[in-house]
Design a binder for this molecule. Sequence first.
Ligand code: MSP
Length: 508
Amino acid sequence: MTKNKFYITTPIYYVNDTPHIGHAYTTILADVLARFHRAMGDDVFFLTGLDEHGQKVQQAAEKRGLTAQAHCDDLAPRFSGLWERLGISNDDFIRTTQPRHVKVVQAILEAVYAKGDIYQKEYEGLYSVAEERFITEKEAESGQFREVKKIQEKNWFFKMSAYQDRLVRYIEENPGFIRPEHRKNEMLGFLRQPLGDLCISRPKSRLNWGIEIPFDRDYVTYVWFDALINYITAPGYLSDEAKFRRWWPVSVHLIGKDILTTHCVYWTTMLFALDLPLPATIFAHGWWLTGESKMSKSAGNVVDPLDIASQYGVDALRYYLMAEMVLGADSNFTPENFIKRYNSDLANDFGNLLNRVSGLIGKYFDGIVPAPLEPSADDQLIMAQGRALGGLVSGLLKEYKVDAAINAIMNLVRAVNKYMEVQAPWKLAKTDLPAAGRVLYTATEALRLAAALLGAVIPEKSAEALDVLGARGTGFEWGGLRSGTRLAVHPPLFPRIEIVPVNVVPKA
Ligand code: MSP
């Protein structure tokens, strides 16, 4: 039987600064989906990387007194190193300065030019230096674009307008293509205006940090035309036909809502010009905010993911980002929220349950998992919830509802905590030891299942919990816990964070 394929990408990040929580979010989200698909037996290709050309990078390098390439080479390990630290399981890491990519971009430019879809004209327009693109009058009036100036020059253009009707039809005929739904409507709204052609060159007199246009050496390629192509370079376009056929079209491009138009309009029309199929899905998530504003380097309000990870652990960070943000909406990052969720979900609900069951099995069953026996009506309720959970989580993740999937898993954990309170196996043990064993088996099995299903989100802690239960690799079905297994001794999975109260006036 051939496995299902799942090809997932993150945006390739600009190497103009060190990554922050916003970048970490998209990458962790992609990692969670990649890990889950692998666990379900799918064949996964997970791509991330760096966008190294263009004005922003050139300016950042100049500021540091470095050549652009030296600047990129210096910063690239900060990204790959962070991804390693955060447990990111990407299969490839592309940098747009790599020869494999430069070659493909130039070959594509040649091909689209030969086809007649690239032409030269004199152009005068408004250009946003911050966004690195020409903008319309209307966009300029919106006040959302910074560093806008008028530019007049001869440039090369891609005939994007020729594909407008086809794109609109495609979006309308493929309901799952742009997600969530309101982003699809936003794009259809945008496409109601006539679409201009895309300026895809920059004269070297203005910018030389880019891929040279092969048929006109006075120009380099516009950074977005170059960057989007990374998604096909990595799976082997024009270099490894079999590999490319295996992976393209991509299952999902995960992006932030800030780069919706470049992906849904520029990229798709480029793919039309290349006669390549479009992505199955483009999914845009919301922003992490600090207070009211988007977390970004230019706003000077970034949170460093490494700080959080070194203080509270990688999995605590991964869990928080995934559980807190309702996919598609914006979220506020505050240390208070982080600590609150950590203590309630990870320390109290999940971590404590492991302590409790392993403590009780230690005390009453010499640390050996007891037999399940005949389930009571209450056991059966937990079992039914547990049996339905794998399918529920898988369905939610296929809809990219990671926060809801986590909540469904935590609902089982919470139900088991309640069940423990009601059943009180510590009391039962004194009158009916086998019944106490039955309760503890049910609770521990539910915990095993929750730990296994959380594996994609908190890989290290999930493995630690499963090791305590002697249940690594036992899958998502009810009944994976084996009676007779000796539980391992372990420190608390998620020690409570004690909040130091501020502004407390000491008593005299
Ligand atoms: N280089 C382009 C993307 C090219 S893809 C072919 C780019 N890079 S970026 O470094 O600015 O990163 C943009 C992406 O980082 C966003 O789309 C989003 O995925 C993530 N985020 C950056 N800041 C963010 C927040 N404050 N909140 C959530 N994610 C955001 O654009």
